[in-house]
Write a protein that binds this ligand. Sequence first.
Ligand SMILES: *Cc1c(COP(=O)(O)O)cnc(C)c1O
Length: 217
Amino acid sequence: MVDNCYGELVEKREPGHVGANVVVGSLMKNLGGGIATSGGYIAGDTKYIEMIADRLTSPGVGKELGANFNQNSNFFKGVFMAPNAVKSALKTQIFAAYMLQKMGFNEISPKYDEKRTDIIQIIELKTKKNLVAFARSIQASSPVDSGVYIMPAPMPGYPCDVIMAAGCFTEGSTIELSADAPCVEPYTLYMQGGLTYEYGKLSIMQALSSVLKEINK
Ligand SMILES: *Cc1c(COP(=O)(O)O)cnc(C)c1O
């Protein structure tokens, strides 16, 4: 069984093509295309899907009935839009990786020209000031909650303060441009998403400008 969160549509082959019996993921990420507001998917061998369906609803009912909160249209529209959303997210992150490397941030994974297996970009921003400036700028250029001034704060499960930028239409949706980081050395930021490349590029350019301002202070 493969949890393919963040991985869908990034590579030419999906886990099912190379032997996974069951593949699962969240529709608040790649396959929801930024349209689905909740939900997930389970795909795979008929035998296992039927067993899973019987557990999720009840034996004999299986996939024939179940709660969908009238969201089916959003699910299908999301899957339809997903290749485009994933493309934009990848282009946004490749642009970020390229520009940051040019600015001398060399601890970046993946590098702009490296093979990608998911939509996540990891960047070491070296100082807390850079990190906070970058994250604040991502928030400030978001389509929703752009006026929110984000701060590093305690978070359950983390031994240190965490800063999170997510001005998303759907709360928690990480196919939308978002970033989060534990505020400890070496100030590593995890960034993903970008529903359109045009918006993603603008947002990254603004974040880079704020980091440059911070460095030149
Ligand atoms: C996001 C994520 C989930 C949860 O998905 P939700 O739709 O938010 O519940 C589960 N597993 C992994 C690996 C994830 O990244």
